[in-house]
Write a protein that binds this ligand. Sequence first.
Ligand code: CA
Ligand code: CA
Ligand code: CA
Length: 498
Amino acid sequence: MFPGLGRQDIKSVSFAGMTRELVDIEMAAHGGSVLEIRKVAGKWRVVADSKYARRITADTPIDLSGPVAGHARVRTKADPDGRQVLGTVNNCAGGVTPWGTWLTCEENFNNYFMGDVASHPEADKLKRYGVPGSAYAWAKFHERFDLSKEPNEPNRFGWVVEIDPFTPGSTPRKRTAMGRFKHEGAAGIFAADRRWVVYQGDDERFDYVYKFVTARPVDPERREANLNLLDEGVLHVAKFAADGTGIWMPLIHGEGPLTQANGFAAQADVLIDARRAADLLGATKMDRPEDVEANPKTGKVYVILTSNGRRKADQVDAANPRADNRFGHIVELTPDGGDHAATTFRWDILVRCGDPAIAAVGATFSSQTTKDGWFGMPDNLAVDGQGRIWISTDGNSIAKTGRNDGIWAIETEGAGRGTSKHFFRCPAGAEMCGPYFTPDDETLFLAVQHPGEADEEDASAVPATFEAPATRWPDFQPSMPPRPSVLAISRKGGGRIA
Ligand code: CA
Ligand code: CA
Ligand code: CA
């Protein structure tokens, strides 16, 4: 990111080149942006003087709301009430709500913390989340990221953040009722009684698939009545049985093993330590759950499992059937009775990813899938207006799968089920994320994340630097570094895509 700096890490250089100024630039580059865009003469443009435009960074005040707000385990020197956090980090896939707010998810929040955990009062609990990850130098200049100085700060990250883009002065909120883990996404759909159901993945090897069901239905008449809907409801975690059925188990304090005897004194403890609660409930350990999203046309839910090279042969189960699962797979859930609030479901595997031409890989794309049509390492998904699902990937490379990351459309119904077709390929060194269709299917928005990185799978690749990136997309100017960017793809002459 910075010219002339070279690689900075804790192991080899102890972040020696990092200064307060550089750290503050990094913090300003985290979070998210509210932008207004408008189609002018057939082209999408950013509205430069929009009243909605704002940045939300790793330093923006964000309220904690729901059962964890004010709890002793989220109080700090700077916030003795435990009700307001500075910033949101590692924002991954998210979702939108029917009341017009945006959910952004805190994923690998562990990486921002440093310090000794041996003497930390919650050492085991931190370890379950990989804290401290020590991937950034922030703790050198902001003591709240130093565990020895501010032991509770990690409990204030790992949440879903709700932002109201239509009220520019509104304070974003961390919705603690939805649980604390490495959130990949938060895609919602209505239950039969109009409660809002948000599916969520915890992106870690051997972690879990969750859903949150609001306590009350969405009020279609009064937006105001929905603005705190995500503070009350029940978080559930999935358990898959070998016979193709499954259950959603509630994470409720006092029920089953979630008691004082096991270290849960209140619902706040269940939510802060959602992973440990799910461990005790015996949830199914998955191959890195990424996006989890329902198809509103069919009611089926797609769980993207990106890969898990650490699964051993004696750890396979029906829902995670491959040892050394290098290419990932997609599980399809069908809620019983067609109701997303149901606590039981049936499931099947839509596709095991990888090259179908190599028998040992065990891929299950349909025989109609061409040699360019298959993919590995699925990550995010979008559903178009016709109910076809589109998968963007993270982890393909010339060395690993002979292809860059990109987006593929895959059939889920009828004779074509499991047929995948390639649509768009990423620039070198990037992953593809954020697929989103306009309601008329005439524009597909895509995000190109971290273009220009070296191929991690290629031992001969020279590590990318500011001066020598793998590509200078999208400017292709020697003075410009590669820039992560959002694309808008439309059909020549207009009309529906694909
Ligand atoms: Ca992820
Ligand atoms: Ca990703
Ligand atoms: Ca990923």
